[in-house]
Write a protein of this length. Structure first.
Lengths: 114, 112
């Protein structure tokens, strides 16, 4: 079964600092990978996705993520944090076969300190 | 293009009652999934419908049910509500299964 592990339930960074949110997945074959962001009392918004091709994926709001098959990782980064980035971030995986739904990690709450 | 619409946004129910939540997917999307989100358990998959057929089901009791109509709109029903059913219920739609999911704003259900 697919699973997703997000290291760190809460990450705190200073405004302007690098944002790094970690995601590791378990899968016997490369899956599809996604990062979502959730603001308070809102639904989830897709930040970026990896399906095939280039392993460095750029998303909205200056975020990017790199798929590393050898490390089974899909970490999310942003060079310079902004106060508006404070939110909950979810990594998700969709297996590369069959029709099983997205599996989400437990989420990482990002705080940005002025 | 309109996004995923969930109604109502907020709901307060009494223990033992039943509730029906509604989800209208993005036009043209045939797959609708439902998730329960709570602080303790995170995002938990409830079920998924594709072309009116339940394709996948999560590990929830039979009190949780759903259906999808021919226009792809979906409803989920929870009978005999318990305090622990208080959660944010999220609906997501996809054009086909396994592509990215687009989420609605959610329905915040409070059981008292």
């Amino acid at each position: 079964a697919q699973s997703v592990t997000q290291l760190g339930s809460h990450v705190s960074v200073s405004e302007g600092a690098l944002v790094l949110l970690r995601c590791n997945y378990s899968s016997s074959v490369p899956p599809y990978l996604f990062w979502y962001v959730q603001y308070p009392n809102q639904g989830l918004q897709l930040l970026l996705k990896y399906t095939t091709g280039a392993t460095l994926v750029k998303g909205i709001n200056g975020f990017e993520a790199e798929f590393k098959k050898s490390e089974t990782s899909f970490h999310l980064t942003k060079p310079s944090a902004h106060m508006s980035d404070a939110a909950e971030y979810f990594c998700a995986v969709s297996p590369n076969s069959g029709n099983t739904p997205l599996v989400f990690g437990k989420g990482t709450r990002l705080s940005v300190i002025a | 293009k309109a996004g995923v619409t969930q109604t109502p946004r907020y709901l307060i129910k009494t223990r033992g009652q039943q509730v029906t939540l509604s989800c209208s997917p993005i036009s043209g999307h045939r797959s609708v999934s439902w998730y329960q989100q709570t602080p303790g358990q995170g995002l938990q998959f409830l079920f998924e419908y594709f072309s009116e057929t339940q394709r996948n089901k999560g590990n929830f009791p039979g009190r949780f049910s759903g259906r999808q109509f021919s226009n792809s709109r979906s409803e989920m029903n929870v009978s005999t509500l318990e305090l622990g059913d208080s959660a944010l219920y999220l609906c997501a739609s996809s054009p086909v299964v396994r592509t990215e999911a687009f989420f609605g704003q959610g329905t915040r259900l409070t059981v008292v």
